[in-house]
Design a protein around this ligand. Sequence first.
Ligand code: NAD
Length: 376
Amino acid sequence: MKKISRRNFNNTLAKSITGVTLAANVPFACATTTKKKKLGIALVGLGRYSTYQLAPALQNAEHCYLAGIVTGTPEKEEIWASKYNIAKENIYNYENFDKIKNNDNIDVIYVVLPNSMHADFSIRAAKAGKHAICEKPMAINVEECDAIIAACNKNKVKLGIGYRLHSEPYTQEIKRFVKEKTFGNIRYITADAGYYSNTEPKQWRLDKKLSGGGALMNMGVYAIQSIIYGTGENPISVTAQEFSTRPEYFKDTDETITAQFEFKSGLVGTIMTSHNVSANRLHAKCDNGWYELDPASTYIPLAGRTSNGELNFKQESQQKLQMDDFAKHILFDTPNLVPGEMGKRDMIIVEAIYKSIAEGGKKQSLDFTANYGFGG
Ligand code: NAD
């Protein structure tokens, strides 16, 4: 006998209480007024992040559920189907993926593949008329980010980037400090994001074709995010340096990068990102005190303190909060906390950092005249 998933159990329970079929079973089309109670998400790419974070988080989400999977590994189909009670018609591979267009059980496609595959699958999701969440980094260059945004606009679907921290309370508290100037004007901000990699030299993250770059693409985007939401400003320039201490391991991608940013208000920021050192911190110095998160971007638990004392928030799955926020954006028109433009902004900065390094540390101007947002 097949196990009843939590979702199906909840649906069955609600059905028996109300005596009506839940709206979760009603097809949703973004152009129609018919709205579901819960949105069906299909995960594309069943690697570590999908397996250990996203799928478990979806079991407890309030506004979305794991409805389908897209995998290039046939053995995973049965394993996932029985573990999460996924119907056969909601299982796809990379070749027949585009047929998902005809599947009303799937509302949102979450792309959790190596970075160089994000654009292709996000665009195919949009063309299938499905809303898309694209993992970080949004793509491997700005051109691809533009193509994803254009495809989503053209097909009138919503786009979110997998920056889960915007739904997380410690991060939201830092944003509140910035907005309310709790510690006065910020003078200096620094953020580190890295880990020590030494056991898997053949992994896709160290293969530039698949990753687009090394530490900067993988962890550096967190540090970039930190100094922007930690100040509420987009930078106006960046200068960067690259360091390599284990070139035999990091043959194809960057190991450690430092970068310095200027902001219009006069404040200065620095980041360090690495695949050679474990680091995970945001620290801001202000006129009337300081605040910091350390760790600032791990899954759980984050921790934070200020010159006034410890921060202490309830710890919940960040992925659950993130996917629920995106589902609410679709269902109830709440703000999109992580729009595609934010992913593109970070890719503009990533490209400027690589350019600065290629030009021997030359300062690169950044011009964010459009509203790229700070994540609500
Ligand atoms: P992973 O290596 O564990 O999984 C990658 C998946 O892609 C696997 O299922 C693999 O089979 C599939 N795949 C398809 N084509 C492939 C190819 N040519 N080479 C290698 N794998 C291929 O990676 P992951 O940790 O799950 O990361 C996937 C994406 O999610 C990345 O973009 C990563 O940056 C992002 N991610 C985000 C977070 C976050 O906190 N937001 C955390 C981890 C990963």
